[in-house]
Design a protein around this ligand. Structure first.
Ligand code: PEP
Length: 253
């Protein structure tokens, strides 16, 4: 059985006070309502992580994630966050390669490869994001584009390392737009990601890797997306800022 993972990406939203309030709502609802086989992750802004970790410590299946880490261990990298710093707040996961970071911070596949390796070496679980633009999809190149992202950031890993990575397929055209990939589009891409991983790392490894869908996932569309055989969870932006919606998504399996 693959791990079911529902991760919320708060992006650059909420003051510390607002974040703590949202996290305590989520934790209280999760205590009563979250199935024990669902792993929930709150990827908060960096300054919220320590305070939110104290709250999530109350529920075994709720965890904290960073939204990014540096590929450097430490040093003169003003504004960046190291893997050790994230770990010291209680974070256990880290988003790597979100399309907003790729676009606005020009993160490259090679840089992301280094971040994935560092995260794994430190014991953080990478939530590795991939996904194509609308232009790439309309040109029919979406599968080859995403496969190249995997090749250039993950194929240097050993099978043992790869098993620890969670993948999030996030078509850029569906992020924050209200447009969701159809269940067929999501399943097609998740299946081809799993096939690519199987050909590189072996079928047994590929079968164990959780592949999340991200892009305007909401309580209304989550059940049909999560029912797809290769969709193991969700990376949720907007709807993770509403405790009721986020918990309802996690209850949609
Ligand atoms: C995201 O930011 O990863 C995301 C999927 O956002 P949204 O759910 O708002 O589309």
């Amino acid at each position: 059985m693959r791990k079911k993972v529902i991760a919320g990406n708060w992006k650059m939203n909420l003051t510390l006070e607002e974040g703590v309030s949202l996290a305590s709502e989520v934790v209280n609802m999760a205590k009563d309502e979250l199935a024990s086989d669902v792993t929930m992750v709150l990827c908060t802004p960096a300054i919220h992580m320590a305070a939110v970790s104290k709250l999530t410590a109350e529920v075994a299946s709720v965890h904290v994630g960073a939204q990014n880490i540096s590929e450097h261990e430490s040093g003169a990298y003003t504004g960046d966050i190291s893997a050790d710093m994230a770990l010291s707040t209680g974070a256990e996961f880290v988003i790597i390669g979100h399309s907003e970071r790729r676009e606005y911070h020009f993160e490259t596949n090679a840089q992301l490869a280094a971040r994935v390796e560092l995260a794994l070496a430190k014991g953080l679980t990478p939530l590795f994001c991939c996904g194509e633009s609308l232009e790439t999809r309309e040109a029919g190149d979406h599968v080859s584009f995403v496969t190249k992202q995997l090749e250039e950031s993950l194929y240097q890993l050993s099978a043992e390392q790869m098993e620890k990575v969670v993948i999030a397929y996030e078509p850029i055209w569906a992020i924050g737009t209200g447009v969701t990939a159809s269940t067929e589009q999501a399943q097609e891409m998740h299946k081809s990601i799993r096939e690519a991983l199987a050909s590189k790392f072996g079928a047994e490894v590929a079968e164990k890797i959780s592949i999340l869908y991200g892009g305007s996932m909401k309580p209304g569309n989550a059940p049909e997306l999560l029912a797809q055989p290769d969709v193991d969870g969700g990376l949720i932006g907007g709807a993770s800022l509403k405790s009721r919606d986020f918990i309802d998504i996690a209850k949609s399996y």
